[in-house]
Ligand binder design. Structure first.
Ligand code: JEE
Length: 233
């Protein structure tokens, strides 16, 4: 069973992880999500989590002491623990990474705040043979902290786990497009449902034809057109 552990100074901010889809998956024992308050995991007297940056500059940096204590405390005895450190300077998260993470045993998300976490935390755990460190960003914009980014990644990973998703057929379609395309895939074709005519807008004729070969061809060309349109921006 995949175990997710999240460490944050704002653990309440992560409470959506207990709701609906993921909550049910946890009840069914398909995955586990544990949320930890960084301050509770520190073992120093002051429970301090931040300090001024060496070399000067704006803002505060999160203490490697606090993070090291917390990560050690939470680590299982698995032979590989994936440590995900969220940072605007990380590798951009994508669907291929979601597939890789779905195979792991334990993923610890270090959700920083302020200017981020002292760089030695990543460096230290890279040197430990039972950890694999991933410095990850979810996109080219600046968030206030790592919590929302961790939730994005968990949502993308959890839906790939057997039994979590309602409809396994849609996963099959995805895995084909990703395997065949090395993630350089087309965007989706447009979807339609009933009624066939709505506020003067009709569903494309071809989709009502019952001709599955022609429908597949049309969807492919629509996906290509939309992909070209996005690339032109
Ligand atoms: C983790 C703290 C806030 C704000 C300064 C900003 C200067 C850190 N895709 C993503 N965007 N942002 C994050 C993310 C943000 C975080 C933390 C993740 C921890 N913060 C923060 C400002 C700055 N830099 C970039 O230009 C240089 C640093 C994220 C993810 N994942």
């Amino acid at each position: 069973m995949l175990r997710f552990d999240l460490i944050s100074i704002f653990p309440e901010y992560l409470s959506p992880l207990k709701l609906s889809l993921l909550g049910k998956a946890q009840d069914k024992g398909l995955l586990a999500i544990n949320i930890h308050d960084l301050r509770d995991q520190t073992t120093d007297v002051h429970h301090s989590v931040d300090d001024t940056p060496y070399g000067g500059g704006a803002g505060m940096v999160m203490s490697p002491v606090a993070w090291g204590d917390a990560i050690d405390q939470i680590s299982s005895d698995a032979d590989q623990i994936d440590l995900v450190i969220l940072t605007p300077a990380g590798k951009k998260f994508n669907q291929k990474m979601a597939y890789e993470f779905s195979k792991s045993k334990q993923i610890i998300f270090a959700c920083g705040r302020y200017e981020g976490i002292d760089a030695r935390v990543g460096k230290y755990y890279m040197q430990q043979k039972n950890y694999k460190v991933h410095e990850v960003s979810i996109g080219d914009y600046v968030l206030g902290g790592g919590e929302v980014a961790a939730m994005v990644i968990i949502e993308a990973v959890a839906r790939l786990l057997p039994g979590v998703l309602g409809n396994p057929d849609s996963l099959k379609e995805e895995s084909h497009s990703i395997a065949g395309n090395k993630d350089e895939s087309l965007v989706e074709y447009p979807n339609y449902t009933k009624p066939a005519s709505w506020r003067g807008l009709d569903v494309p004729e071809i989709l009502l034809s019952g001709n599955h070969g022609e429908i597949a061809k049309w969807r492919r060309s629509e996906a290509e057109r939309r992909t070209r349109e996005l690339e032109a921006e």
